[in-house]
Design a protein around this ligand. Structure first.
Ligand code: C5P
Length: 401
């Protein structure tokens, strides 16, 4: 049973269906799953902390400002200790708070602070459920990867009929089991090399040349490959985002250092070059800060080309990864340029994206890409960068299978 030994943080919000949370706790405990409850102030109008505590056999948390609770088990720790957060019932109010990122009580604060998967089981009056505000909130949450179970259709406590009834506890249990089932690991035993972020090429000790790159897409790809079981080496230029979990990160500054780190990481089954490598570096970086002398002409920067990491990794030989994937960030003639780039660099696939400023892709959370392979070009819809990464990782797993 996938639930044995797992731990769910169950957030009980204020709706008439809150009583069904009690039945869910019994099912979870019966399956060997640990349950810790957070009860909202409105939830406590429908079920008592005592019943939640008795059934979960764990302390129930209600107050963000409780000194004892915060010292024993702070709100961050509540999320850390859980494998999954489950909201039963998810009221219109709490869903709106989640969508807006509000954090004005313990439940909403934990939901904002968590990096764990979240499952919501909505329950509310049919008109509240069908209101465009709730629909928009649900769409926002779905786009952020929040999982949903229900609501069911049927007779409701408010004497109306329609969608809005809380899913039955066995259905919520099944959704929890699906989310906690061990993910398939098709890339187990494979080594993936990923480059990400910009490179910084020093002009002098305080100035550098660089491309714009947040590293979001490359880091997401590293995380997605690790999630499929790959051993991942992420060679990253200077970025302001967190290391992806379960990935070995090698931090570099320059293109030369990035190439050396990539070569040191070989052999690899797949290499994904998502870094925005500076094309040139200073022929002779100044040892001291170049002085700004009033009236003097600005310095002329003599540049030399950087090594092409992607092309180097693609060079035929025993060390060439079986699958090498490059990126093409273009602002015009996207497909033609990307197809030409695939041939020129000798890589197997190119992920092409339009980075014209009006797309908002550069530094943003979404990406609209085209996957160019020997078989042709696929146009993917605009997706969160994490979803682009998940899809690409699945394609890589299929190609290496
Ligand atoms: O030629 P262009 O820089 O547009 O190619 C982009 C692709 O090549 C990306 O995959 C990028 O990571 C890779 N690249 C590289 N080393 C360079 C320049 C680009 O690996 N010096």
């Amino acid at each position: 049973m996938t639930l044995a030994g797992k731990r769910v943080l169950l957030i009980v919000a204020g709706g008439i269906a809150a009583y069904k949370a009690l039945a869910l706790i019994r099912l979870l405990r019966g399956a060997g799953c640990g349950v810790t409850c957070v009860l909202t102030r409105a939830g406590a109008q429908f079920v008592t902390p005592l019943s939640l505590q008795a059934l979960s056999e764990s302390k129930v948390y209600t107050d963000i400002f409780s000194l004892t609770d915060e010292s024993e088990m702070g709100h961050i720790q509540l999320s850390r200790a859980a494998d999954l957060l489950v909201v039963v019932p998810a009221t219109a109010d709490l869903l709106a708070k989640m969508a807006a990122g509000l954090a004005d009580d313990l439940a909403s604060t934990v939901l904002l602070a968590t990096d764990k998967k979240v499952l919501v089981a909505p329950a509310m009056n049919v008109r509240m459920w069908q209101h465009p505000a709730t629909a928009a909130n649900m769409a926002t949450l779905a786009a952020r990867g929040v999982a949903v179970v229900g609501p069911d259709e049927g007779a409701m406590a408010c004497n109306e009929f329609g969608p809005g009834r809380l899913a039955e506890p066995p259905a919520i249990l099944a959704a929890i089991a699906r989310l906690l089932a061990p993910a398939p690991q098709p890339l187990a035993g494979r080594h993936a090399l990923v480059t990400s972020g910009p490179t910084h090429e020093p002009i002098d000790p305080v100035r550098y040349l660089a491309n714009r790159s947040s590293g979001k897409q490359g880091h997401a790809i590293a995380a997605a490959l690790a999630a499929l079981g790959a051993r991942v080496t992420l060679v990253s230029g200077p970025v302001a985002i967190a290391d992806p979990p379960g990935v070995r990160v090698v931090r570099v500054e320059t293109a030369a250092a990035m190439l050396a780190a990539c070569q040191a990481a070989l052999p690899a089954d797949v290499a994904v070059c998502a870094a925005a490598v500076a094309d040139w570096r200073m022929a002779n970086p100044a040892a001291g800060k170049i002085k700004k002398i009033p009236g003097a002409a600005p310095p002329v920067l003599a540049l030399v080309p950087n090594p092409d990491i992607l092309a180097t990794l693609c060079a035929p030989g025993p060390a060439r990864p079986r699958l090498v994937i490059g990126f093409a960030a273009e602002t015009a003639e996207l497909r033609a340029n990307a197809e030409a780039k695939r041939a020129r660099k000798g890589c197997d696939w190119i992920v092409a994206n339009d980075v014209s400023p009006e797309t908002g892709i550069m530094g943003g959370d979404d990406n609209a890409v085209h996957l160019i392979t020997a078989e042709g070009t696929e146009d993917w819809p605009r997706l969160p960068k994490s979803e682009v990464a998940t899809r690409l990782a699945a394609r890589i797993a299929a190609a290496l299978a």
